[in-house]
Design a protein around this ligand. Sequence first.
Ligand SMILES: N[C@@H](CCC(=O)N[C@@H](CS)C(=O)NCC(=O)O)C(=O)O
Length: 223
Amino acid sequence: MITVHHLNNSRSQRVLWMLEELGLEYQIKRYARDPKTLLAPPELRAVHPLGKSPVITDGGLTLAESGAILEYLAQRYGEGRLLPAAGTPERVRYIYWMHYAEGSAMPPLLLKLVFDRVETGPMPFFVRPVARAIARRVKSSYIEPQIERHLDYMEAELGKHLWFAGEGFTAADIQMSFPIKAAAARVALDERRPKLIDFLERIHAREAYRRAVERGGPYELAR
Ligand SMILES: N[C@@H](CCC(=O)N[C@@H](CS)C(=O)NCC(=O)O)C(=O)O
């Protein structure tokens, strides 16, 4: 039986969604974020040394990293579903977006989260003005322009095909859902991003997505 080590409001929601798309049986072991720091509890380090979610166990296998988990599930249990055929342009695009989601899209969104907290979080009064000025500067000169560039890019790419790898829905769309949801929470998607907004509406309407949220619990990403 596959066990998903699931942290609330996190990337592990993607794994539940993938399992629902494939109609596989699984069980969930739940972990709660620290409400102040949002970090995972120490128990998760007993499952994997990094103590991050998602992690799955499947028989003797313990596997972390959401992209690796989705790949494993598609290859081990997919029977051709959610994975474009080898040797096709769709497969190359699928590989690209599987890596792009965590390798390129997420870093500026994570930096935004961290520097927003530096700007607004509690700190000793004598360093506050300097820390806030530095945070604002890093955000406006680097982080926000980077996020805009990524959003423009993803918007344009979704103008070429219905889904990220092509006309068919694949695991790359599940992987890409997290940066797009994080962008919606952290910078808001406005009328300049109709394709990204439509992407979110289409994934939210999928039966498997709904079942995953029902089982996994609320999926509100940190702002
Ligand atoms: N690149 C990894 C990132 C894993 C990760 O950072 N997970 C977050 C949840 S979205 C986490 O566990 N955060 C809690 C912590 O760092 O303590 C993946 O895609 O699985």
